[in-house]
Design a protein around this ligand. Structure first.
Ligand code: KIV
Ligand code: ZN
Length: 547
């Protein structure tokens, strides 16, 4: 039998990072990802150095199952992260999770059931003793498939503490190697979370046989603070997402936790049994991969990062006030507690131009951590040349946008052949759009609109003819300068499928707008084509599970 993650990582002197971007993060409205996109994120999470990837909720849909299985087979290598699937404390869920994680060298089943009085009474309609019984039975059942089993008493922070201790003890007795304490509704205060972990350590007789984990939502903006306090009391696994995406206000943000542990090492060292001045990292995360991971997740999920977001926001390292700028010019430490380079934000803005060749592009992309196939590199090079014709200087951020846009988009049923708009203060905005249809036919239509983008979207709607509601449209510039690439992100809603996002980058925001809309419509088309993989069904199941 292979060594379990716990046997090789009884990590009392470091934090284990459990990333749930692909499970809890993907529950953000409109953040739905296809299998290929999930795989790209999982590969990047492995480069980032997360210990465990919660790759999905295998029973939720055939698409989720396939994604977990593919990630297990591709990313779950001997030296790679543990690949985990979520499962309700139900046999069918656990079986599906076990099957999906099978190809991984190290797999984990994460099973959960609600334990708070309010969930027991109104949602499960079960007594405390019934739930206790189910928890033990289902952990034991999960254990028949996999050594590494995590158990979560959902809504733990609103659960009667005495009962919580009983359930946790029973789960460990049944074989749970990690016990996760979820602040499901983002309700607890930092010092209370610290106290709750202490209480578990004092009252659960077998607590040292499992890793204590924390999971938390950001409804009061306290998730990160709560986790750091819990770590001070002995929690050693943190469940978080990139950019803090997730259900409602999101989950604790991985990059904030990692950088808090990194920047304030001397504050945490003693609590982890290390000498105060130790410079050893407190986790396995490669901080230089943070920025790139953040951009990838934002681009693929369509969840934009607010400019003032800690660590990865566009303004996180920008100094606007004269006094701050003056200080930073004299010595960066006057107003900077961390170096932008430590999260992989490279100062080197101008890297390539019109005359750069394929091998220069290839080696720069490699330095940026993109591993492209020959075919992908060819496509990226064609796009690079197009952009370089319009934009003299191509920065690393431009390259990221090009690769994410050109290589990493979803399959296309409708392809943009051409878009033309006439508009101006004396003109009625009018768009002509030609699309290649799924059957290979080209169709052109024309529409007027309140503005150029409205006209384009109306013309596309006339061709595609899938009613939907556009609920968000936003444009951001990738870099400064009049010739910057514009990134367009849109979100649309369909009654059966739910919310979907689309994203595109181009020096022409009109073209980016058309492509972003089409990328969301393509997702919608494939979701409607495949009734078994309907996102609506999945959302229904997730709602039933009330995650
Ligand atoms: O928020 C929550 O309680 C969860 C559990 C499934 C861990 O996501
Ligand atoms: Zn959650």
């Amino acid at each position: 039998m292979s060594t379990t993650f716990q046997e090789s990582n009884v990590a009392q002197d470091r934090i284990i990072f459990f990333d749930t971007t692909l499970r809890d993060g993907e529950q953000s409205p409109g953040a739905t990802l296809n299998v290929e996109q999930k795989l790209l994120i999982a590969q990047q999470l492995a480069r980032l150095g997360v210990d465990i990837i919660e790759a999905g909720f295998a029973i939720a849909s055939p698409g989720d199952f396939e994604a977990v299985q593919k990630i297990a087979a591709t990313v779950g290598t001997e030296n790679g992260p543990v690949i985990c699937s979520l499962a309700r404390a139900i046999k069918a869920d656990i079986k599906a999770a076990a099957e999906a994680i099978k190809p991984a060298a190290h797999g984990r089943i994460h099973t959960f059931i609600s334990t708070s009085d309010i969930h027991l009474k109104y949602q499960l309609r079960k007594s405390q003793s019934e739930v206790l019984e189910i928890a033990q039975e289902m952990v034991a059942y999960a254990k028949t498939f996999c050594d590494d089993v995590e158990f979560s008493p959902m809504d733990a922070t609103r659960t009667d503490p005495e009962y919580l201790c009983q359930v946790v003890e029973a789960a460990i007795n049944a074989g749970a190697t990690t016990v996760n304490i979820p602040d499901t509704v983002g309700f607890i205060m930092p010092s209370e979370f610290g106290d709750l972990i202490k209480l578990l350590k004092q009252n659960v007789s077998n607590i040292d046989c499992a890793v204590i984990s924390v999971h938390g939502h950001n409804d009061l903006g306290l998730a990160v603070a709560n986790f750091l306090e819990a770590a001070k009391s002995g929690a050693r696994q943190m469940e978080c997402t990139i950019n803090g995406i997730g259900e409602r206000a999101g989950n604790a943000a991985l990059e904030e936790l990692v950088m808090a542990l990194h920047v304030r090492r001397t504050y945490f060292n003693n609590l982890f049994g290390r000498p105060t001045e130790s410079t050893e990292p407190l986790c396995n995360i490669d901080t230089k991969q943070i920025y790139k991971t953040s951009r990838l997740v934002s681009n693929l999920t369509g969840m934009l990062v607010q400019p003032n977001k800690a660590i990865v926001g566009a303004n996180a390292f920008a100094h606007e006030s004269g006094i701050h700028q003056d200080g930073v010019l004299k010595n960066r430490l006057t107003y900077e507690i961390m170096d932008a380079k430590s999260i992989g934000l490279i100062d080197n803005l101008i890297v390539l131009g019109k005359l750069s060749g394929r091998s220069a592009l290839s080696s720069r992309l490699k330095e940026l951590g993109f591993e492209l196939s020959d075919q992908e590199l060819n496509a990226a090079f064609v796009r690079f040349k197009e952009v370089a014709d319009k934009k003299r200087e191509i920065s690393d951020r431009d390259l990221e946008a090009i690769v994410n846009d050109e290589i990493r988009h979803a399959p296309e049923a409708f392809k943009l052949e051409q878009v033309q708009v006439s508009c101006g203060d004396r003109a009625i905005p009018t768009a002509t759009v030609t699309l290649m249809m799924p059957d290979g036919q080209e169709i052109t239509d024309v529409s007027v609109g309140t503005g150029p983008v409205d006209a384009i979207y109306k013309a596309i709607n006339l061709i595609v003819n899938v009613p939907n509601q556009l609920i968000e449209y936003s444009v951001q510039s990738v870099t400064a300068g009049i010739d910057a690439l514009g990134e367009v992100t849109i979100r649309l809603k369909h009654p059966d499928v739910g919310t979907l996002s689309g994203h595109s980058a181009n020096t022409d925001v009109i073209v980016a707008s058309a492509r972003a809309y089409l990328s969301a419509l393509n997702k919608l088309y494939f979701a409607l084509q495949s009734p078994t993989a309907k996102i609506g069904d999945r959302e229904k199941l997730k709602k039933e599970a009330a995650l």
